[in-house]
Design a protein around this ligand. Structure first.
Ligand SMILES: [Zn+2]
Ligand SMILES: [Zn+2]
Length: 378
């Protein structure tokens, strides 16, 4: 279960209570409390401020300690400390006038794999005084976010765009906060690990959408790494959920193995519990040499024939399976099994991915399997 809030920001359960609830239902929790819930306007003799509990007020040491204590009580769970960061926002309009708006505060990035308080608080975020971008005088575009992503990568962390397909409007005291959906940031920023594709953000994974644009750029050598899909719960309060789920193909139930699976793309996102919809197998194989690759991996072929196999588990009849290559639908399958032989694959790097949809609106989104097809040039 990825993207979980606690009492360290605007959630209602403590980390220990989250772990108690998760036990027996999930194996992994990524805690993602808000870096800050703090906005201020100080310009031209006008000062306004909104401040709510967050990691900025609680401090990283107390947060990490509380998660550590929960982990001791639940050694069967992998509890990852993380953060939902708001690197930047800007003010639009003038205070005390209509149209005065806090813009883009909800452009959120989830961080995982950085567990030093000093490293976390050094990441460039306006509320921490560590960003060189300020919220006055207009939008700085994607620069503050790209710097944040680069700083996370430089510290060995993982970084995911959260709910990028959602239009967010919220009211905090006298301030209106507005963040338009920003799915194009998936291809306009680089070096991040992945993105959440739950709820309206699942459309970012539609064939030919912004995710495919980023993946195609990777295949053409225009990006250094492909971004991966995850499911995000964004859990704050109320009944503890059993979906959506990110199913990780980790080699062990350890923090290191889970982070490695997230980093390498060995996972898929599913909006339903695993007993209703799951992906049992998804491989690209070289029939001539008996080699195969799974999600996140790259299969190298001397010639352009590749066998795609997938097995789906779906309890609702009428679940349809789409197999995509390079962002386009190759074929739709009605059963639970995909078997597809692709011949004549042009030389170069390609990818296959799967989308499953149930009649009730459930969705499963796989990560891509890459295939590099020859002939090779010496
Ligand atoms: Zn958020
Ligand atoms: Zn959140």
């Amino acid at each position: 279960m990825l993207h979980v809030h606690t009492t360290f920001s605007d959630g209602t359960l403590t980390p220990r209570q989250v772990a108690d609830q998760a036990a027996g239902r999930f194996d992994v929790i990524l805690f993602s409390d808000h870096s800050d819930l703090h906005w201020e306007y100080r310009l031209a003799f006008v000062a306004a401020q909104v401040s709510r509990p967050s990691l900025l007020s609680a401090g990283f040491p107390a947060y990490l300690e509380a998660i550590g204590t929960a982990a001791q009580a639940h050694p069967e769970l992998v509890l990852l400390p993380g953060m939902e960061a708001s690197p930047y926002y800007y003010w639009q309009g003038l205070p005390l006038t209509t149209g005065f708006t806090l813009r883009n505060w909800s452009k959120h990035l989830l961080v995982a794999g950085i567990e030093s308080p000093a490293d976390l608080s050094a990441l460039p975020m306006y509320a921490y005084g560590t960003s060189r971008y300020h919220p006055y005088g207009g939008d700085h575009g994607l620069a503050p976010y790209q710097e944040f992503i680069d700083a996370v990568a430089a510290r060995g962390g993982l970084c995911f765009w959260a709910h990028a397909g959602v239009d967010t409007v919220a009211h905090f005291e006298q301030v209106t906060a507005s963040t338009p959906a920003h799915g194009d940031d998936l291809w306009r920023t680089r070096g991040y690990t992945g993105f959440g594709a739950s709820g309206p953000s699942s459309r970012l994974a539609d064939p030919g959408g912004p995710w495919d644009r980023a993946l195609l750029a990777y295949c053409r050598g225009q990006r250094e790494r492909p971004p991966w899909v995850i499911a995000e719960n964004d859990y704050h309060r109320g009944a503890f959920p059993d979906h959506p789920v990110t199913v990780l193909l980790a080699t062990a139930r350890t923090r290191a193995a889970v982070l490695e699976a997230l980093r390498e793309g060995r996972m898929y996102a599913c909006s339903l519990p695993a007993d209703q919809l799951s992906l049992e197998q998804f491989t690209a194989a070289d029939p001539a040499r008996g080699q195969a690759a799974i999600m996140g991996q790259t299969l190298s072929l001397p010639a352009g024939t590749v066998e795609i196999r997938a097995l789906l588990h779906a309890t609702s009849a009428g679940t349809a399976f789409r197999l995509l290559r390079d962002g386009e639908v190759l074929r739709t399958f009605a059963g639970n099994e995909v078997s597809y032989t692709d011949t004549g694959l042009p030389p170069g790097l390609h990818y296959y991915r799967l989308l499953a949809a149930t009649p009730g609106g459930g969705a499963l989104i796989s990560n891509p399997v890459f295939v590099r097809s020859g002939p090779w040039k010496g």
